[in-house]
Design a protein around this ligand. Structure first.
Ligand code: PXP
Length: 242
């Protein structure tokens, strides 16, 4: 069965927008687990625009499922990963100005940095995943490097396809990449841009063991929870003069 890891970065985005203590991604992670998710994913960015060090630390101590830490292969993040001991480190490319992770890792170009981070985290028993584009060259480069047990295939091109033909061809690309990755010995994850309307065909790809989904779930939570939140506030307001 395909596992779901829920990315809760955007709970922290909302907190950071007002500099409050809430909503707390650590509390959100508890609900994510109660709902049956197999793990929680957070991206600790260099600029700490959403998830902060304190979140990763608390998540490490309270989570009962897997903690997947997405990060860039930098010295600072490597030290944090070694200190926090997530179950999985997923290496992603990171640019300060991007809204979200834009593409997969250039495994060849980033080989030295990946190798350094891999040596450090793997020596502490942390599993390593590389976030790559769903193409054969990237998979072969990742296999050649030989440091990761998992690749996470970037589903952005499939999710962004705005006509049916393109979506079909991007899905085929994902299927072929997943098969190739499995054949060369990787565990295969996938994610980025998946939502309620497009997740089905990706979840059905036999080689894909795990999906990382964030934005769509947090966005839906705002809408499915809004009615109860308004009712709760009305109750307080009306109750104030009772
Ligand atoms: N996987 C990786 C490696 C990511 O960087 C992200 C975004 O942080 C996701 C999955 C989740 O993407 P989304 O928020 O679009 O579901």
């Amino acid at each position: 069965m395909t596992r779901l890891h829920v990315n809760i970065d955007h709970v922290a985005t909302l907190r950071q927008a007002r500099g409050t203590k809430y909503p707390d991604p650590v509390m959100a992670a508890g609900l994510v687990e109660l709902a049956g998710a197999d793990g929680v994913t957070v991206h600790l960015r260099e600029d700490r625009r959403h998830i902060c060090d304190r979140d990763v630390k608390l998540l490490r101590s309270v989570l009962q499922t897997a903690l997947n830490l997405e990060m860039a292969a930098t010295e600072e993040m490597t030290e944090i990963a070694v200190d926090m001991r997530p179950d999985i480190v997923t290496l992603v490319p990171e640019r300060r100005e991007e809204l979200t992770t834009e593409g997969g890792l250039d495994v060849v170009k980033a080989a030295d940095a990946i190798q350094r981070t891999a040596d450090a985290v793997r020596s502490h028993g942390i599993r390593l995943s590389l976030f790559i584009n769903p193409d054969v060259e990237a998979i072969e480069a990742a296999a050649k490097l030989g440091v990761a047990d998992t690749v996470e295939l970037h589903t952005g091109a499939y999710c962004d396809a705005d006509d049916e033909d393109l979506r079909r061809s991007q899905l085929l690309t994902l299927k072929q990449a997943a098969k190739k990755a499995e054949e060369v010995g990787f565990r295969v994850a996938a994610g980025h841009g998946l939502h309620y309307g497009n997740v089905g065909p990706v979840a059905a790809i036999p080689a894909v063991e795990e999906l990382n989904i964030g934005h769509a779930i947090v966005a839906r939570a705002v809408l499915v929870g809004l009615e109860a939140a308004v009712r709760d506030m009305i109750e307080r307001i009306r109750g104030a003069r009772a």
